[in-house]
Design a protein around this ligand. Structure first.
Ligand code: RIB
Ligand code: CA
Length: 313
């Protein structure tokens, strides 16, 4: 049975692909936006306009925290472009602007939901941390938090920290210590989720407006990719489908291989802040607080994404 979904994101090109997946297959009830790939007003506007593109303007979008809990905001304009969605001109949303904050709206949604809610988080975890700290009495209404972030080996923002964790390590620490069930899609698995030039063309050939726009975003994203050193030479234009991994798990968990681990977040290190310390070999004896993804069926993930964009406008 599909649980209702609260999607917190920072669109963001790969967030846009994740949005297509969850809209096509799941019961998305609301979107909250966080600062990360771009400034808060841009991720909020992009979320609204992506819903317009995909024909789902009825889903409310709420703007979240304007910056990380304690650190200054760093964005990724060099990866997602000045707009946050590469060169693509999205249709302007005609939906009325929401008046509640992300915290007010998400707390009310959890409180009123008859079923436990799946939280999907594909940006820095600021909004989720604030929700858990402000409303611990609602934790039992959260079925789980499925998130893109972190890594067992190697960062993409510092040598040891992935972007979402590096932007707000304190928020990530609060989320991983909250006791809420977590499924973590880190760079170890998302770097396997390569979308190659021929996959982008296959996506474009689906022919919907969503397919065309997403293909154009992925073209732009390809040009900003930090190439994985092991990329097969014929696939150097590949792009990592980071956020779609977390979204796809909620649609079809069988695409992934997960391992239960203790995960702690470094918040003090001068050179290591944001590092997800994944106790894969259980050296510490600390409680296993997360299921960490280590493998993905790449071909099936691409199939799912192509199918999803065919179900949208
Ligand atoms: O490190 C990849 C993550 O950072 C993705 O969520 C991408 O959208 C950026 O937010
Ligand atoms: Ca993201």
């Amino acid at each position: 049975m599909n649980h209702p979904v609260l999607f917190d994101c920072d669109p963001g090109i790969d967030d846009a692909a994740a949005l297509a997946l969850v809209l096509a297959y799941l019961d998305v009830r609301m979107i909250t936006t966080c600062a990360g790939n771009q400034l808060p007003i841009k991720t909020y506007t992009n979320a609204r306009n992506l819903l317009s593109l995909m024909g789902r303007e009825e889903i409310p979008v709420y703007q979240g925290a304007p910056k990380p809990l304690v650190r200054e905001l760093r964005i990724a304009a060099e990866v997602h472009g000045k707009s946050g969605v590469g060169p693509v001109e999205l249709p302007e949303s005609t939906a009325p602007h929401t008046t509640k904050t992300a915290l007010e709206a998400s707390a009310r949604f959890l409180s009123e939901s008859e079923q436990p809610v799946e939280i999907l988080a594909t940006g820095p975890l600021t909004n989720i941390a604030i929700l858990l700290v402000a409303h611990p009495e609602l934790k039992h209404k959260i079925k789980g938090i499925t998130l893109m972030g972190g890594a067992f080996h190697g960062g993409n923002t510092t040598p040891v920290a992935e972007f979402n964790m590096a932007v707000d390590p304190e928020a990530a620490n609060l989320v991983f210590r909250s006791g809420v069930p977590i499924v973590m899609f880190g760079l170890d698995v998302t770097r396997q989720a390569q979308c190659y030039r021929e996959d982008i063309e296959r996506l474009r050939e689906v022919g919907t407006k969503t397919a065309t726009a997403l293909a154009a975003m992925l073209d732009f994203y390809s040009n900003t990719l930090q190439l994985p050193v092991l990329a097969p030479p014929e696939h150097v234009e590949g792009v990592h489908l980071h956020d779609p991994c977390a979204a796809a798990y909620l649609v079809d968990p069988s695409l992934f291989t997960l391992v239960r681990c203790n995960v702690e977040i470094e918040t003090k290190g001068e050179f290591t802040a944001g590092c997800t310390v994944v106790d894969y070999y259980h050296n510490t004896g600390r409680e296993e607080n997360a299921s960490v993804a280590f493998a993905v069926n790449r071909e099936k993930l691409i199939d799912l994404l192509c199918d999803a964009v065919g179900k949208l406008n």
